[in-house]
Design a protein around this ligand. Structure first.
Ligand SMILES: [Zn+2]
Length: 194
């Protein structure tokens, strides 16, 4: 084999290696960033989560720390789009907290398939349905009405919670429909849970 061919093969292997490693590298970069954010902001974020998320409030100290670190990573990995409302810091924080709450016992919690979360001011029309929507999950993202999200976390007693509901759809989607972000234990034992 000529040295040119060897070089070319080496180059291709390097390319394949880098492409494989890139997602891991990207998560590593994000993790370094959230270590810093955690150090600087954890008191602010903890008080917001205590105020709005009863599950977070019920956790002990190590549980709260683990929860918040997961929230920061989730928030960092997603893009948030705001429709008809001004973005506020609480929005990505609390929406990420809903996802982390639902998946807190699982190893894979990033709902990888979904890159974008749409936060909409209020209930909205979707497709040909006559009923207005509070939220839905489709191939391209997770959609939530902020008015309902915040109200339903505020009244935690009635079993109505669009944030947890849509994250459950998203969790089903990543585990059973696209298998992008699957948690193997969850997948294998889902029938037992059911
Ligand atoms: Zn539903």
């Amino acid at each position: 084999m000529s040295s040119g061919a060897v070089n070319m093969i080496g180059f291709i292997l390097l390319g394949v290696g880098l492409t494989r490693l890139f997602p891991h590298f990207w998560v590593w970069v994000k993790k370094q960033k959230i270590v810093r954010v955690y150090e600087e902001r954890h008191n602010d974020f903890e008080s917001l989560l205590c105020r709005y998320n009863p599950y977070f409030k019920s956790l002990d100290r190590p549980g709260r720390e683990r929860f918040l670190r997961r929230v920061l990573l989730f928030m960092e990995m997603k893009k948030f789009e705001y429709i008809d409302l001004e973005p506020q810091e609480t929005m990505p924080l609390l929406v990420s907290a809903a996802a982390v709450q639902l998946t807190f016992g699982l190893e894979h919690f990033l709902l990888d398939h979904f890159h974008t979360i749409y936060i909409i001011k209020d209930k909205y029309r979707y497709g040909l349905y006559n009923m207005p929507f509070e939220g839905h999950v489709s191939e391209d993202g997770i959609y939530l009405s902020w008015a309902h999200f915040i109200r339903e976390f505020d009244d935690y007693s009635d079993g109505q919670n669009v944030g947890l509901h849509e994250m459950a759809h998203a969790l089903t989607y990543v585990n059973f429909t696209v298998q992008d972000g699957r948690d193997n234990t969850f997948y294998q034992h889902f029938n037992d849970f059911s």
